[in-house]
Design a protein around this ligand. Structure first.
Ligand SMILES: Cc1cc2nc3c(=O)[nH]c(=O)nc-3n(C[C@H](O)[C@H](O)[C@H](O)COP(=O)(O)OP(=O)(O)OC[C@H]3O[C@@H](n4cnc5c(N)ncnc54)[C@H](O)[C@@H]3O)c2cc1C
Length: 435
């Protein structure tokens, strides 16, 4: 595998001018690109181009927008904003991922419940195109790229309320770089909206195991939908996921957890108007947890699962499915059946958005069996018109599974975009747009 690290954008420009096929990357936290075993997955000429060595810069603009240039992690951006009394609205669980990479993957996270996804927070961005030129795109300008997008847009309309559709939005200029996974150019900088910071708190609810009874879970799901302006995140961690943590970190006893992020000064209001109306969860099963402890818990779960998979030598077998609220019960029922097939599993994720990560924890001999289970889930998701990969993108690992979600409208737009913005086929040529 050929690798190259870049230390400045002029170096990136010089490399782009050589037209060598390149998979540019940042922190390599993508769960859909197997960075640890890429040999054979990329073309023999493809270079792995490291952008995380480009020194980042953060600037708080006078209007409260944040300008990010080069390699900056979400953690750094978040801390920088807090120093200015501001908050970034996107909060992916993996805080060491790059902000600009987050645009490339149309990253979301727990706060998408209250603040929608990153796509809606981008004001403008600049990318390096195939000629090595800087191109600036604006979020308030319709995308006019000389390609007929009308049928593509008509198909996309169904997914407007989803965090991410099976294919990028392509409605405004900035969409060209959002969720296109670096297949049309290299993002160099971006301006993101931020909000004034108010201290937050977390409300934890202990529930029975969802496999046995998910009526209380559904009661919370329905109740929170009317509180999207106050509840910033509504997250779920099941008892199986929590079992990977040391006992002292586990807030339940063989129980599931749903937690809500709210502003501290809105606690009374939320208690009175939302929590006190829940009929299936006892008050003694509801408690407050401070932000640091909650964050620690939240990050520990996917990391523990990742480590366990690495120890077993298996690639993650997880889902990233979002369905409409009407189909949420169907999704939970389907996951319940997947839990009965004899492979260890766990479930966690963005409960309020009907977007959950079901993870098989297979031994290597169960790899193909789990893939078959996932394929059968994706055919259901297609039937339900849900979004199969609403957060982590397609990369290389999901290409096979996304294929049935594309018709000729998407394929011809992808081809036209690649011809126009990547005529030499140099930007991540193994990505989903080459179909
Ligand atoms: C424990 C864990 C939790 C996670 N939680 C979340 C979550 O809550 N929400 C979420 O959305 N994702 C999550 N992810 C997935 C991952 O963190 C995101 O996809 C993230 O955006 C990847 O960022 P990165 O810097 O690691 O990019 P990489 O993995 O290095 O690259 C990802 C993609 O972005 C492209 N890319 C990177 N930088 C650029 C650039 N400057 N210009 C153009 N293209 C570029 C690459 O070509 C590649 O296609 C999680 C992953 C892990 C391991």
């Amino acid at each position: 595998m050929k690798t190259k690290s870049f230390y400045s954008f002029p170096e990136v420009v010089a490399h782009i001018k050589t037209a060598r096929p390149t998979l540019f990357h940042s922190s390599q936290t993508s769960t859909v690109i197997p960075f640890e075993k890429l040999d054979g997955a990329l073309g023999s000429e493809t270079v792995l181009g490291n952008l995380s060595t480009i020194k980042g810069n953060l600037e708080m603009l006078s209007n409260g927008n944040l300008k990010v240039t080069g390699f900056v992690t979400w953690k750094e951006a978040k801390e920088f904003c807090l120093q200015h009394g501001r908050e970034i609205m996107t909060s992916p669980t993996e805080e060491l991922a790059g902000v600009l990479a987050g645009i490339a993957t149309s990253c979301t996270g727990e706060r998408s419940f209250g603040f929608k996804n990153l796509r809606s927070q981008i004001v403008e961005l600049t990318f390096v195109d195939y000629e090595g030129k800087d191109v600036t795109l604006y979020a308030d300008r319709k995308l006019e790229c000389g390609i007929d997008l009308s049928t593509y847009q008509a198909d996309f309309a169904h997914y407007k309320l989803y965090k991410n559709a099976p294919y990028p939005r392509l409605e405004f200029e900035t969409d060209l770089m959002t969720g296109t996974e670096g297949q049309l150019g290299v993002i160099e900088s971006a301006v993101l909206r931020t909000i004034e910071h108010f201290p937050e708190t977390f409300i934890f609810m202990l529930l029975p195991r969802w496999e046995e009874d998910f009526k209380p879970h559904l009661e919370v799901f329905k109740a929170v939908q009317n509180f999207r302006t106050q509840v910033r995140a509504c997250e779920f961690i099941d008892s199986n996921s929590l079992s990977y943590l040391p006992t002292e970190k586990n807030p339940g006893k063989n129980q599931d957890v749903i937690f809500l992020e709210i502003r501290k000064d809105e606690f009374e209001d939320i208690y009175e108007n939302l929590l006190s109306h829940l009929t299936l969860i006892n008050e003694d099963q509801i408690f407050e947890m401070d932000a640091t402890k909650c964050r620690d818990l939240r990050v520990s779960v996917p990391r523990a699962i990742f480590e366990r998979n690495s120890q077993m030598g298996v690639t993650k077998k997880g889902t990233d499915v979002q369905v409409s609220p009407e189909r949420f019960e169907d999704l939970l029922n389907h996951y319940r059946e997947m839990g009965k097939v004899g492979v260890a599993y766990n479930l966690f994720g963005h409960f309020g958005d009907a977007h959950l990560h079901f993870n098989f924890m297979p031994t290597p001999d169960k790899n193909d069996f789990c893939n078959a289970q996932l394929e059968s889930l994706y055919s259901k998701v297609l039937e339900w018109k849900g979004s199969p990969f609403a957060e982590h993108g397609i990369g290389l690992l999901k290409r096979k599974f996304i294929a049935p979600f594309y018709n000729d409208h998407q394929k011809s737009v992808f081809r036209a975009l690649k011809n126009k913005y990547d005529p030499k086929g140099q930007f991540f040529p193994e990505g989903f747009m080459t179909c």
